[in-house]
Every structure is written in structure tokens, then in C-alpha cells.
Design a binder for this molecule. Structure first.
Ligand SMILES: *[C@@H]1O[C@H](CO)[C@@H](O)[C@H](O)[C@H]1NC(C)=O
Ligand SMILES: *[C@@H]1O[C@H](CO)[C@@H](O)[C@H](O)[C@H]1NC(C)=O
Ligand SMILES: *[C@@H]1O[C@H](CO)[C@@H](O)[C@H](O)[C@H]1NC(C)=O
Ligand SMILES: *[C@@H]1O[C@H](CO)[C@@H](O)[C@H](O)[C@H]1NC(C)=O
Length: 507
């Protein structure tokens, strides 16, 4: 019996780990990608503590403790944040404001009394901490609990995320996450991206990291190692990127693409709306600009063009419109403040989806085989919509340069031309053809890091190589100098010989 209990205990100490998950960015769009991961870990029997602005709040998840950081939603300037990430590479000013905002969010979250007592609790043990990658001060959690660090992002990552893993970032092939173009850069674009790379790294190292280090030392204690060193010890980086939109690239083994995290929702369409959709044999166009940006926030001019253009179409228009009344609502419009998006997209009468272009909306449309018209406003939307157009599953319209007739023509083309439907079906198969789901892959890798107490064996040697060696600057200068010496010496010798022969001739 004793032996049995002992083996049972042993089994449990190996299998059940203490996991800390730190999701920092206040946006349901981002946190909803992480929720299924920490939920799944807790269901597997791990004790999970999740710090997040968006707790799941399900009391039946007995192994999950959530610390509610929703106060981060009240940070001043948060609403304007997505517009900071402009279509082109942000200026120094733009990046300054982005990281300043991150700083404010993180400070507010670290001031939360529950977070403070967690950091101060001497008896707390964690086997791994998983931190959202966007702001480095939070990496100090791993130093505080002396355990391996995993970073995660609900989309891709900026240059600093790749650099921390020693991942190759060739500017001509992989311009940064927020650069407006991903393929076939012109000479001037390559020049711009290259200089941007130099500038960004300088800015990150001397501005962002040094300030993050001060914050970390303030909240985690003065003996916290330099954040830039902790960053070089990240075990793995989990990116929520899918194989359809992301340019294929060489990755170090510690950088893991999750594929896609699609969580099927079982919310159903209300009876009255379902009847309207069922009856719309001519087809329905679904229009939603997401949760962060409200359709009611469109300018009057934008709204009027949308109303006029769509009213001329032979379809029903279902608009997620967040008010009771839509002034001048045309006859073919149905408005709802909220709709179960997945169920709507799965409805057989939906012909096309007019979307703001968040990754989640696009993935849901692809999985339900619905082609799109993208109206990107800010953040990563322009890049996502550019990929929609490139993969041939929809068209793009600039909401700030909306002209009469443009939207009508685009919707007609996407809804009627079979080519968009066929392509979206093909792409849907690629997106879902995977050995395991994104959540399963995340859980497997997190447990892998727990089993091996880190993933130091996967660490890229680049992280210990001086920059001049990586770029072979010493080899190139040696070769160049040698070459110059040979040229000069040869020139001298030839000159002496020529002079000699001239002298000989003169005599
Ligand atoms: C909680 O963890 C235990 C193992 O420690 C497991 O048996 C149980 O199913 C888990 N419960 C829930 C609700 O996740
Ligand atoms: C980039 O250029 C190549 C060669 O000219 C072409 O085949 C390819 O389609 C282009 N890619 C994009 C995304 O335009
Ligand atoms: C990084 O990891 C190595 C090996 O595990 C360890 O010796 C070192 O102290 C760590 N450095 C920091 C700053 O955490
Ligand atoms: C959207 O409109 C509401 C009022 O309807 C306003 O309070 C809010 O600040 C606006 N948001 C943006 C991003 O313009």
C-alpha cells in the first residue's frame, strides 16, 4: 500500500505542474486565443494561475485560479492604440507611444494587490511561467520564481521577439510585422526596411529594455537580473500564426507556430433572425466591424456610402450595428446589436462577409468557406486584408477613401464570381489540415518545457555570437584588406617594371 501511494505521489509530482500564465494586453481579441490554452492545462490536472484582463470566470475549472486585471482596460490612450500602428513603418514617435502605452498597462497590472501578493509570496512555486511577449518587464516573473520562461503571442512578433530567440530576420524576405508589404520589395523598400532594422534594434536596446529593466527592478526586487539577459533565456516562443497567411521562413526549433487556434462556438442564431436568413433565398451579405471598433463610430459620410451602395444590391444585408436605430435604414437591411458570428458564417445563404479584417474574423470566414471584402481600419487589419487579397479569397476597400459604387462593385464581384468561393474552400482545407490543433500543440510544448526544466538544448548559438562575427564583418574586412594589399603591391611592381623598361629604352 505504502509503495502504491509513493508511486502515485511520484507520478503526480511529475504530471501535475504549477503554471503561471501572464496575459497582459487588454483586448478580448488577443486574450481569447489564450483562454483555451490555460483552460486545457488546468483540465489536464495542472494547477494554473492566470493573470489576465479577460478571465474565463468558470467556477467548474477547479484547478484554475484567475487574477482579474480588467482594470487595464481603463488605461488612457488604449482606444487610440490600434491607430498608432499605421500602414507604414511607424515613426520613432509612433513606437515610443506604443511602448509607453505598454509600460502604463504593465505598471497598472503590477500594482494590482493580488499580483503584488503573488510576487511577494515566499511559498509560491511555479514550474514554468508563460508570458505574453509584447512587453519585456514581465519576463521578470521567471526570475522571481526561478523557473523556465515561455513567451506567447496571439499573432506574430516584432523584430525583438525574433532576436530574443536568435531567429533569422532577413529584411528583404521578412520585413517587419507591421510593414505594409510582405513580398517582392523594391530597392527603396529594402533600403527602408534595412535601416528600420538598425534603428529599431537601437531603440529597443537603449530605450525599451532599459526602461523595462527599471520597472522590473521596482516590482520584482533590485536583485532581478537585467531584463535583456532574462530575454536571452526564453525556452520557447509560441506564435499564433497560420500557414496560409504567414510567409514560409526558417525558424529556430524553439520558435513554434501554433497553426491556428479555432475554438468552435456553439452559440445559436436566434429564432427570428434564423427565419430571416432562411427566407433570404437571394443571399445575405454579413457586415461586421468587430467588437473593438463599433460600426456606430463610422463617419456619417462613410455610413451613407455604405447604406447607399448596399441598398442597391439584390441581397439581404445583415449588419452588426450596435445601436437600436439605424437612421435611413434601407429595406433590405437587418440590424442586430450582437450576432453569433460563427453560426452566421456557417449559414448556407451567406454569400460574402464585409469585415474589418481581424485575424479571428478572417479565420472564421475561411473555415466556413465565406469569401470576404476587407475594410481594414488599423492595427494588423491592413496586413491581414492584404493577405486575403493575395490568396484570392476576397477584395480590399480602404474605408478612409470610400467612393460611391466601389463597395457595391466589390460585393457583387466577390459574391457572384465562383473563383473566390472555390479558392476559399481550397484554403480552408490547408488551414485545417494539421497533425494537431493549435491548443494541443501549445499544451504539448508547455509540458515539454516543464518535463525538461527549460529548453536550453534548443537555444540558438546566435545568442552568444558577437554581431560582427554573425555578419562575418571580420572575415569580409580581412579578405577586402588582403585584396587591396595585393592590388597595391601588384600596381607598384608593374610601375617599377614599366619605369625600368622606359629608362632602358631611353638609353
Ligand atoms: C483537477 O486536477 C486533478 C488532478 O490534480 C484532476 O484529476 C481533475 O480532473 C482536475 N479537475 C478539473 C475540473 O480540471
Ligand atoms: C513576386 O515576384 C515573383 C517573380 O516575379 C512572382 O512570381 C510572384 O508572384 C510575386 N509575388 C507576389 C506576392 O506578388
Ligand atoms: C540563463 O540560463 C542559464 C542556464 O540555465 C543560467 O545559468 C543563467 O543564470 C540564466 N540567466 C538569467 C539572466 O536568467
Ligand atoms: C465611438 O463612439 C462612442 C459614442 O457613440 C464614443 O464614446 C467613442 O469614444 C467612440 N470611439 C472611437 C474609437 O471613436
Amino acid at each position: 500500500m505504502k509503495l502504491f501511494i509513493l508511486t502515485l505521489l511520484l507520478k503526480y509530482t511529475v504530471q501535475c505542474a504549477n503554471i503561471l500564465f501572464v496575459g497582459m494586453y487588454p483586448s478580448l481579441n488577443h486574450q481569447s486565443y489564450f483562454q483555451p490554452i490555460w483552460k486545457e492545462l488546468s483540465l489536464k490536472g495542472h494547477q494554473v494561475v492566470a493573470l489576465t484582463p479577460n478571465p474565463i470566470g468558470d467556477p467548474s475549472l477547479t484547478n484554475l485560479t484567475e487574477i482579474d486585471l480588467s482594470e487595464a482596460y481603463h488605461i488612457e490612450g488604449l482606444k487610440a492604440f490600434p491607430t498608432l500602428i499605421s500602414k507604414d513603418l511607424s515613426s520613432k514617435d509612433g513606437f515610443n507611444r506604443i511602448f509607453e502605452l505598454m509600460e502604463k498597462i504593465v505598471i497598472k497590472e503590477l500594482l494590482n494587490p493580488e499580483v503584488k501578493s503573488l510576487i511577494a509570496d515566499k511559498r509560491r512555486i511555479f514550474d514554468v511561467v508563460i508570458v505574453e511577449v509584447h512587453y519585456p518587464a514581465l519576463f521578470a516573473f521567471s526570475a522571481r520564481f526561478k523557473c523556465p520562461l515561455i513567451t506567447i503571442s496571439s499573432f506574430g512578433t516584432l523584430l525583438n521577439g525574433h532576436d530574443a530567440m536568435g531567429n533569422p530576420t532577413h529584411p528583404a524576405l521578412y520585413p517587419d510585422l507591421f510593414y505594409h508589404k510582405k513580398h517582392n520589395l523594391t530597392f527603396w523598400e529594402r533600403l527602408e526596411v534595412t535601416y528600420y532594422g538598425f534603428w529599431f534594434r537601437y531603440f529597443y536596446k537603449y530605450d525599451v529594455l532599459s526602461r523595462a529593466d527599471i520597472i522590473a527592478k521596482n516590482f520584482f526586487g533590485i536583485d532581478t537580473p537585467y531584463i535583456g539577459d532574462i530575454e536571452k533565456n526564453i525556452s520557447i516562443l509560441l506564435l499564433n500564426v497560420n500557414p496560409v497567411f504567414y510567409t514560409p521562413r526558417p525558424n529556430v526549433p524553439g520558435l513554434v507556430h501554433l497553426g491556428h487556434i479555432y475554438i468552435k462556438s456553439d452559440r445559436e442564431i436566434s429564432k427570428d433572425l434564423k427565419k430571416e436568413l432562411d427566407d433570404a433565398k437571394e443571399g445575405v451579405i454579413y457586415l461586421s466591424l468587430g467588437t473593438a471598433l463599433k460600426s456606430t463610430n463610422l463617419s456619417l459620410q462613410q455610413r451613407n456610402i455604405i447604406l447607399r451602395d448596399l441598398s442597391e444590391l439584390p441581397y439581404k444585408i445583415l449588419w452588426k450595428w450596435e445601436a437600436d436605430h439605424l437612421p435611413g435604414q434601407p429595406e433590405n437591411f437587418i440590424i442586430r446589436k450582437w450576432v453569433p458570428q460563427q453560426a452566421i458564417l456557417a449559414h448556407r445563404n451567406i454569400k460574402a462577409f464585409i469585415t474589418h479584417g481581424s485575424l479571428r474574423s478572417i479565420e472564421e470566414a475561411i473555415i466556413n468557406h465565406v469569401p470576404m471584402i476587407g475594410m481594414p481600419f488599423s492595427a494588423d487589419q491592413p496586413f491581414n486584408v492584404a493577405e486575403v487579397v493575395r490568396s484570392g479569397i476576397g477584395l480590399s476597400i480602404n474605408p478612409n477613401k470610400l467612393r460611391k459604387g466601389q463597395l457595391r462593385r466589390a460585393v457583387l464581384e466577390v459574391a457572384e464570381n465562383r473563383k473566390y468561393h472555390e479558392t476559399v474552400e481550397k484554403i480552408s482545407k490547408i488551414l485545417t489540415d494539421d497533425a494537431m490543433s493549435g491548443v494541443e500543440r501549445a499544451v504539448w510544448w508547455i509540458e515539454y518545457v516543464i518535463r525538461h526544466k527549460g529548453a536550453y538544448h534548443l537555444r540558438s548559438p546566435v545568442l552568444d555570437l558577437p554581431t560582427y562575427q554573425y555578419y562575418l564583418l571580420d572575415v569580409i574586412s580581412f579578405t577586402f584588406t588582403g585584396f587591396m594589399i595585393i592590388i597595391v603591391v601588384t600596381y607598384r611592381i608593374i610601375r617599377i617594371i614599366v619605369r625600368g623598361t622606359i629608362k632602358v629604352k631611353k638609353q
